[in-house]
Write a protein that binds this ligand. Structure first.
Ligand SMILES: Nc1ncnc2c1ncn2[C@@H]1O[C@H](COP(=O)(O)OP(=O)(O)OP(=O)(O)O)[C@@H](O)[C@H]1O
Length: 684
């Protein structure tokens, strides 16, 4: 590319930055003014605008389309216009016009003559690369802008994912812009860009469906480490309003600290637990076997089973959750009790000072002297059936009576015996026979289910769109909880059924989704692996064939010429061998992936803390923690234990083996697992 082309683009790009700077100046001034006025709503708006403008600084403009009709369209991170006009200087990548930047090919050019990629370092144009679509042949493997793509996927990893808006591929772009109001499932092998696609789709949806900004978007990921890893992608795309959470974070105030044995986790994850919880809550309502005496203001009231049963039935018919229906039940009973008291009272009249006025007959009729006393006491009089005077308690009096009954500790105790108030913790702990203060991740959806049965947590946030990453890990109970957070069932779900590690996770999208959305879900597959070189994928072939014989491996976009290797050692030497390999490692960032039994000794040998920092040169992680992450190089310690640790250990090993962008080594104490035996063995 000629220097003059770079010069031309430099001039154009400088103009774009000048415009953004001017917009920043305006936004900062408005923000300061609104702050001074104390207008909090407007402050939030302008803060978001300042953040949006800051986010576009890096790589503001990354492409140009020269169309056959002579138009020239610059593509970038936001739309910019010339002063006083609507002629676009820069087109936001999310608008329809920009789509052809990602999808045009020589065989389907969509009016594009030339696609230019502009590479910036800071505000300086360092390269421009052109593709002439009318001269190109289609034999490019389907990749768009291959050079820029390869530069991006081979660059050193930093422990933080970055956006790939400049190099999105056509199959990814199709998913990002996919129009559906239901559930979109993206299934794809390791490194196919599922996370990247999901996050860019969020940015796209927020741009094209502005109502989602107020209704909220939730991104669910498998671990806090993963959420940290992806944490910069959406802000980099100018989106700061998205909520990210792990499944366990969805129940506020409860921390999942306890590790759960896989068999128990599997059982707790089954949908049948919802029925068991519902039955447990239902069974807490107990109609007494015989009439119960209730004492109120020194009067003995009788609560018989029939009255109780009718009140329970009526309360259940409200369809309200347990604790709310309990109030309906109480109201019913108190109405009956109050009715009886009224009957009694009409026979014995009280003054407002609480003294009984004598002389009232059993049918409530009164003598002359009583009437005078009552009038003095301010009691309202009506007439009985024969026209005689009679004491009537008006509605206020009756309501007061019902309130007094409800507030009475003795009455409450009797009512609570029948229909007790419940907490989710109590229900789950009673059902499981486990303590109510030490929860595991598998308990969280049970607590949430119990809360919804009881009627607690109705104030929990719900979202207009929910994205689930590593969605294969969610149990049936997790799905129930998530669906409660997304009443519209507008979702983007990405995952890989060959990577399921959670024994309660899924091996079928249909099985987990159908109960919630019937057939309102669509599946799109991703097939190209942008992360893992062909050599590493070849090393996983036996493992994949043994456990997922019908799953085709994704096709790697590149090969490195570097063959993965394995080293045999002993159990006693494992830590030392790994530590030596880590000490001599020079090829970028290294992740050591190990079963949790080796974490402590390895952390000690490598002088690492137990909480991994993904930006370290060497990172030590368990198979659980490594989901969704990637590194330049990966060293796996003790694959046999990974395979045997859980029923889905083979999937965990597959995940571990597919994390590297460059090199993979495996250290196995004793003979290698059969699935790895054909890997090249090193004899150091
Ligand atoms: N179009 C693209 N341009 C540049 N890099 C890309 C592109 N698509 C994906 N990548 C990169 O490939 C890597 C793998 O992507 P990502 O993590 O989204 O894959 P994944 O399918 O979620 O993987 P896994 O299931 O193994 O966790 C990331 O570094 C991502 O940035």
């Amino acid at each position: 590319m000629t220097g003059s082309e770079i010069g031309i683009e430099q001039e154009y790009v400088a103009d774009l930055y000048a415009r953004v700077d001017a917009m920043r100046g305006v936004a900062a001034a408005r923000l300061a003014a609104r702050r001074a006025e104390g207008d909090r709503e407007a402050v939030a708006v302008w803060q978001a605008e300042v953040a949006r403008l800051d986010a576009v600084e890096e790589g503001l403009c990354f492409g140009r389309l020269d169309m056959h009709d002579g138009r020239r369209v610059y593509i970038g991170r936001l739309g910019l216009f010339r002063d006083e006009g609507d002629e676009p200087l820069l087109v936001d990548w999310r608008v329809p016009v920009a789509q052809v930047f990602y999808t045009a090919t020589a065989t389907a050019p969509h009016g594009v003559r030339r696609r230019r990629r502009i590479t910036l370092r800071g505000r300086t144009v360092v390269a421009v690369n052109d593709e002439l679509l009318d001269l190109n042949t289609a034999g490019d493997g389907g990749l768009v802008g291959e050079a820029a793509l390869l530069a991006s996927v081979t660059a050193d990893r930093t422990g933080r994912m970055h956006d790939v808006v400049a190099t999105l591929q056509a199959e990814q772009d199709q998913i990002i812009r996919y129009e559906t109001s239901g559930v979109l499932v993206v299934q794809g092998g390791p490194g196919t860009g599922k996370t990247a696609v999901a996050l860019h789709r969020v940015a796209y949806l927020l741009y094209t469906r502005p109502h989602l900004r107020t209704r909220g978007v939730l991104v669910v990921g498998p671990s806090q480490i993963f959420l940290d890893y992806i944490g910069q992608v959406l802000p980099g795309l100018g989106e700061n309003s998205v909520v990210t959470a792990t499944i366990a974070d969805l129940v506020p105030g409860v921390e999942a600290r306890r590790a759960e044995p896989s068999e128990a986790a599997e059982l707790k994850g089954r949908a049948v637990m919802a029925e068991r919880l519902a039955a447990a809550v239902r069974s807490r309502v107990r109609i007494p076997d015989e009439p119960v005496e209730v004492e109120f203001e020194q009067q003995a009231l009788r609560l018989d089973q029939r009255v109780c049963g009718l009140a329970v039935q009526k309360a259940r018919r409200t369809g309200l959750p347990h604790n709310q229906a309990r109030l309906a039940f109480q109201q019913e009973i108190v109405d009956v009790l109050a009715g009886r008291l009224v009957e009694d009272m009409e026979a014995v009249v009280l003054t407002d000072t609480g003294e009984a006025i004598d002389g009232g007959s059993a049918d409530g009729s009164l003598g002359e002297s009583d009437l005078r006393a009552l009038a003095a006491a301010g009691v309202v009089l009506g007439h009985d059936d024969h026209g005689g005077p009679r004491v009537l308690l008006d509605e206020t009096d009756r309501a007061g009576l019902r309130d007094s009954l409800l507030a009475d500790a003795g009455v409450q105790a009797v009512l609570d015996e029948v229909w007790p108030p419940l907490t989710p913790e109590q229900v789950v702990s009673d059902l499981l026979g486990e303590p109510a203060d030490d929860w595991s991740a598998a308990d969280i959806p049970l607590l949430d289910e119990a809360a919804s049965l009881i009627g607690q947590g109705n104030d929990r946030a719900v979202f207009g769109h929910v994205v689930v990453d590593e969605a294969q890990e969610l149990s049936e109970m997790d799905w129930r909880m998530l669906m409660r957070r997304c009443p519209t069932r507008s979702m983007t779900i990405v995952g890989d059924l060959a990577q399921t590690g959670n024994p309660a996770g899924t091996s079928s999208w249909d099985r987990v989704l159908r109960p919630h959305v019937q057939d309102r879900w669509q599946l799109i597959q991703l097939t190209v692996n942008y992360r893992t070189p062909a050599e590493i994928m070849a090393a996983t072939a036996d493992l994949l064939a043994a456990h997922h014989p019908t799953t085709p491996p994704p096709r790697s976009v590149r090969s490195t010429g570097e063959t993965p290797w394995r080293i045999r050692t002993t159990h006693a030497d494992l830590v030392v061998v790994i530590a030596d390999l880590a000490a001599t490692h020079t090829d970028g960032q290294l992740a050591i992936i190990t079963p949790s039994v080796h974490i402590r000794p390895l952390a000690a040998a490598l002088s690492l803390t137990s909480r991994p920092d993904l930006t370290d040169k060497v990172v030590l992680l368990t198979t659980d923690q490594v989901k969704g992450l990637e590194f330049d190089s990966v060293l796996i310690a003790d694959p046999a234990t990974i395979l045997s640790a859980t029923p889905l250990g083979h999937n965990d090993l597959y995940v571990a083996m597919t994390r590297a962008t460059r090199s993979l080594g495996i250290v196995h104490p004793g003979p290698p697992p059969a699935e790895l035996s054909t890997m090249r063995e090193l004899h150091p």
